[in-house]
Design a protein around this ligand. Sequence first.
Ligand SMILES: [Zn+2]
Ligand SMILES: [Zn+2]
Length: 316
Amino acid sequence: MENKGEINFYWDKVGNRLRNLDKTEVKNIIADYYTNKIKVKDIITKYHLNILSSQLIKEFPPIVVDKKCPYDNEKMIVNLHSRDGLGLSGEPYCPICGHQNSQYCRCENCLEEEKKYLENLRNKVRDTYLVPKEKVKIEELTLRDKLLLAAVLKTGLNEETTKIIGSKLAEGNLSPLADMNKDILSNLVSKAIILVDPESSLDAFTDENFPEAYYIYKVDYLLNVTSENDNHDQLIGMLEYPKSEEFYLEPKISLGFWKELALAECIEFLNCRMKAVGFNFNPGKKTNLVLNNLLNNFSIGQIWRLIYISVAYAVQ
Ligand SMILES: [Zn+2]
Ligand SMILES: [Zn+2]
């Protein structure tokens, strides 16, 4: 039995230069160093050690501490630090697997745990999003779906045309307004025209309500539309560049789209000008009404000019 308070050394890791000495002698050296504060040079002479002064403490055996490694139940050890207090003794570690009780530990066991943890998260994401959903036939798409989808594909489709990249949608200005972007994406997702890619980066899903909730620009999306001949390249071509004739056939609806977009562009420009002169402004219903009315008579370019001049006057 060991006495309480007595230091428990981990002799397996005593340095090579002290290995052949008697344990008591090593303990004496350590006591001379820490307790008696004898100069290192004198200690080396006293014990006839063949060692550089700066190397002495590195030869000391680590101390066994009152913590156990969660993986192999081995008592953890800590290296001794220099007596001037400079240089911390560091974290206790496991002599078998090297584990440290820290979230940054990269020991094999922790890496394995992390892998399992990430696999588990990925499986949850797949369980939620890898549900076979019936593909939407291209004929079933409304004119609005086609317009929105074309915008999404043009902005976010990857080079391989296999998926729509969320970050590209954010960078590429899908639409003039952030709210509009959100509406476009949620609309297409709710109709299962595009699906959240189950292989999206795991941090695209929020911790809360995982994995149902996600960041719309961090996940990627998969196209879930099919055409009769099922030729992928042809399908992408048709969806990315819908025929203008289809829109001419529905002039009222198409004019509605144009107005919606024109309004958004005017609001974007207004926001941009207000920000440029340092005004804090949140356009609401009244602004929309005014701009909508202007759009009946003026082009977007003319309205931009009006906005530019009005904001400049307001500043003056
Ligand atoms: Zn261990
Ligand atoms: Zn570890």
